[in-house]
Design a protein around this ligand. Sequence first.
Ligand code: TRP
Length: 450
Amino acid sequence: MNKSMETQGRDQWSSKIGFILAAAGSAVGLGNLWKFPYTAGMNGGGAFVLIYLALIIIVGFTLMAAEIIIGRHTQLNAIGAYRKIRKGWGWVGGLGVLAGFVILSYYSVVGGWVINYIVKAATGAFSTSDINVLGGMFESLTSSTWEPIIYHGLFMAITLGIVIGGISGGIEKFSKILMPSLFIMVILIVIRSVTLPGAAEGIKFFLKPDFSAINVSTILAALGQVFFSLSLGMGCMITYGSYLSKDENIPQSATLIPLLDTGVALLAGLAILPAVFALGFDPAGGPGLVFITLPAVFAKMPMGGLFAILFFLLVLFAAITSSISLLEVVVSFVVDEWNWSRAKATTIISAAIFALGIPASLSLGVWDTIIFRDLVFFDALGFLTDQILLPLGGLMLCIFIGWVWGVDNAVKEATNGGKVKFTIAPIWGFVIKYLAPIAIGYIFITGLIG
Ligand code: TRP
């Protein structure tokens, strides 16, 4: 494979829809299905949703376009891309590669829980709607020593198996199957959820903004969620953009991907919150909403057993199309810069990420030592990525385009040298130069102090 790939040049997406589905697949993940509904539930429902939407439009679209532009322009991995445009900037991409490595180590642990929950759902373990029993079940899984590590290994093996196939033959091929299935499953679950008696309360909570619930912490929570959900701030979209052909339309792709991601986040909220209300549970249930509250909801719902399997399968598909993008960021760097074969790079990196996930998983059980502030290792990895590496990466991305490479050069790439329409380019330039770096710098600093 290597010889012929070298002579034929770099692998590319075989179609525009393939790229869109892979990039949307990267964006749609545990962030949408697990984090978004409970974060909205804890931050005033509709008020949070409204701010989230505003930030997606201002910051999300802008940075999505920015990363794809850098990737397509350089046709290189995150580190190589920054360095090719301006010497001395490779380290920004380096922070991204590091972030990808670290995020995947704990993301895969959660992905493993999801596989375990599919098994539980299929074997009828959710026959009770007693929150205490279900809470105990979740706690007992996550704090066990061996079981979650085995499932984490299984999740990493699936991720490896796809990434090793390359861009068009691996990531794109699977995204084209997994993403449409995901859309169908989420719509089926929404229909089930909103037709439950009493669902109207939940729909109202989710869609009707209560402006008194908006405050600084709502805004900060929403901005952090925008980054994580759109896979921004670590060169993921630089890497995916680097496999994009020179005649694809970047402004259009950068609009479609956030739209799809936001669509699924809203549908996930509509799938989960009305059911939670209809069956009398607490929408502010926090991170346990999907793993503890939802199984209780399924137990009380007609045909709940079937919907439980469907739901966790949906979460697994979403998690896999995201985990492959995280792995690809690291693999692409090693293949480009160290000239490793894709097979060798994928295998060795996956093994290393699996290894880092082991202490992360154990830190929720036997190794529950506080290592930083009040955080165990698992949460400390999350803090390092969400509060430090991603916002720093996003901030440097804005500074790099706005002040180092130049908005004009970026716009030239975005329009394929003037051939493609980018009507809002002046607004885009203003946001990337001033508005976005100030907003992101603000959360970065408050996140560190807070
Ligand atoms: N966006 C994914 C989710 O919502 C997670 C993810 C994939 C990610 N690649 C990323 C987050 C890059 C930050 C950066 O679950």
